[in-house]
Design a protein around this ligand. Sequence first.
Ligand code: FE2
Length: 313
Amino acid sequence: MSPTIGENHETAHRAPRTRAAPTEKHGAAAAAPLRPPSADWTIDQGWAGYGAEHHALWRTLFERQCRLLPGRACDAFIDGMARLPIGAEQIPDFRRLSEVMMRATGWQVVAVPGLVPDEVFFEHLANRRFPAGNFIRRADQLDYIEEPDVFHDIFGHVPMLMHPPIADYLQAYGLGGLRAQSLGVLPHLARVYWYTVEFGLVQQRDGLRIYGAGIASSYTETLFCLDDPSPNHVAFDLERVMRTDYRIDDFQETYFVLDRFEDLLALERTDFGPLYARIRNRSSLQPGGVRAKDRILQRGTGAYHRSGRNCAG
Ligand SMILES: [Fe+2]
C-alpha cells in the first residue's frame, strides 16, 4: 500500500492514520513535535547525518521500484527521474535536487521533520516549495509506512514536479487549498489531491500509466492498481472526485484516470465557489462504487477488499 498521507483533518496529503512524527533524526517514528522548528516548519535536511544503514534502505527501495516502473509509470515520471540527481547509491541531497528543479520548473524541495499543518503545506506549494520528510522508514516498513518519508516524498513526488503541467497544477492546488480552508471545504479539495497527485493514473498512447506518488513509491500498490482486476478505473471528473471518499490505510478501490495532464490545468480556471456550494449538501460517494454516468475503463471485481485482507497487515 502506499505510504503516507491520510486525512488528519484537515487534509489528505500529509497525514496518515496517526499523528505520529519522527523525532529521531533519521528513523523511527515517535511523538509529533510540539512546537514548529521554524516559522515555516522547515529544517536542514541533515544529509551528513544519514548512516550507511539509511542509504542501504534507500537503495533497496529504489532498486525494486526501478525494476517495476518501466512500462507502468508514465513517460513524464520516467523522464523526470532521469533528469534528476536521484540514484540508488544514496539518499538524495535536497539542495542538489532543488538546483535542477529550479532550472526546469522553478520548484525546490525543503526539508520538514514530518507532518506540517495544512496552511503551512499549502503556503509552501503556493510558492513552489515541496515539503519533504527528511527521515527514512525502518527496514520492517518497506511496504507500509504511516507517514511520508524521504523515499515517498522524493522518489514518488519530485520526478513529476519536473513536468510543467504538474508543476503548475501543484502550485495552483496550494493556492486553492488556502482558499478552501477559509471556506471550510478543505475535505472536498483534499480528495482531488488524493486521487491525482497521490493515486492518479493517466492514459498514454501505449496504455494506462501511473503518475501518483502514493503508487509510484509503493511496490505493492504499483502492482495492485494496474495488474489486479479488483479496483475500478474511472475517467477523471472533478465533481465526481470531490464527492468520493477514499481509502486511507489500504489500496484504493477506485483509481481515476486522466486523458492528459493538461486537463488538470482546467482546475486553475474553475470557479470553485459554485462547485463547493453545489456539492456541500450532497452525500459522499463510496470509494468502491461506480455510477451509470461514470466513464468506466475497468469495472473492478472488488474481490480484494471483499476478502477482508489489508495491505498494511
Ligand atoms: Fe505524498
